[in-house]
Write a protein that binds this ligand. Structure first.
Ligand SMILES: Cc1cc2nc3c(=O)[nH]c(=O)nc-3n(C[C@H](O)[C@H](O)[C@H](O)COP(=O)(O)O)c2cc1C
Length: 197
């Protein structure tokens, strides 16, 4: 399956020009199930995640990453819920984003969600720079993932991120294919920015 230029980018109507990686980023569900990620590409996106900032530099995030065709990929894929299971299996890699909620000594890590999110934004930007696309998912079986990877209680699987090469939307079911090309929307700037002067 070849990628479709039409959906490589779905730039939208920003009031100001953004850097191209941010302007062009979007979250596809149609991936080329023959495309692979090299080991170096997977390392690059994980390094980007590792180098993201975090509160007190505590870095309360961990990752489990598997490329399609591996046992790790299969275990992650088995723990995607509902709709996500219908498309994410074609991605080149799946990455579980895991919160470190406390240290081994029981010290809380209250910014873990924020810090994991930051790292996945960095991963996303790096992936796009590599010509890949990314789709984050909260629809996952966290307990299933914890069991599959034998994680201790303090590690909480929080999201799964699909990384791959965008493909023609026509391989999706009709509703998903429509969503794939629908205009991307956001709240207006003056609604999300409460004060600006
Ligand atoms: C934390 C998080 C969880 C998400 N969970 C899902 C999900 O379970 N399934 C899905 O299809 N998309 C999921 N998304 C994708 C969002 O729906 C998508 O990013 C949003 O509609 C904006 O689209 P865009 O990324 O193309 O700009 C998630 C995104 C984030 C950041």
């Amino acid at each position: 399956m070849t990628s479709t230029p039409d959906t490589l980018t779905r730039s939208t109507d920003s009031s100001q020009p953004l850097v191209p990686l941010l302007e062009e980023r979007w979250s596809p569900r149609s991936y080329d199930d023959t495309a692979t990620m090299t080991d170096a590409q997977l390392d690059a996106v994980l390094e980007a995640a590792r180098w993201a900032s975090s509160a007190m530099n505590h870095q309360p995030r961990r990752f489990v990453a598997g490329r399609r065709g591996t046992d790790t990929f299969a275990k992650i894929n088995d723990n995607l819920l509902g709709f996500n299971a219908a498309w994410a299996f074609r991605a080149s890699a799946l990455v579980v984003g895991i919160l470190e909620t406390t240290t081994e000594d029981g010290e809380a890590r209250p910014f873990a969600q924020y810090d994991l999110g930051q790292s996945l934004t960095a991963l996303t930007v790096q992936a796009h720079a590599e010509g890949l696309h990314v789709h984050q998912m909260a629809g996952i079986d966290a307990d299933g993932l914890r069991a599959a990877f034998d994680l201790p209680e303090r590690f909480v699987p929080y999201t799964v991120t699909a990384i791959g090469t965008v493909a023609d939307p026509s391989q999706l079911d009709e509703k998903a294919a429509e969503r794939e090309i629908a205009p991307r929307t956001r709240l207006p700037l003056d609604e999300v920015v409460l004060v600006k002067e």
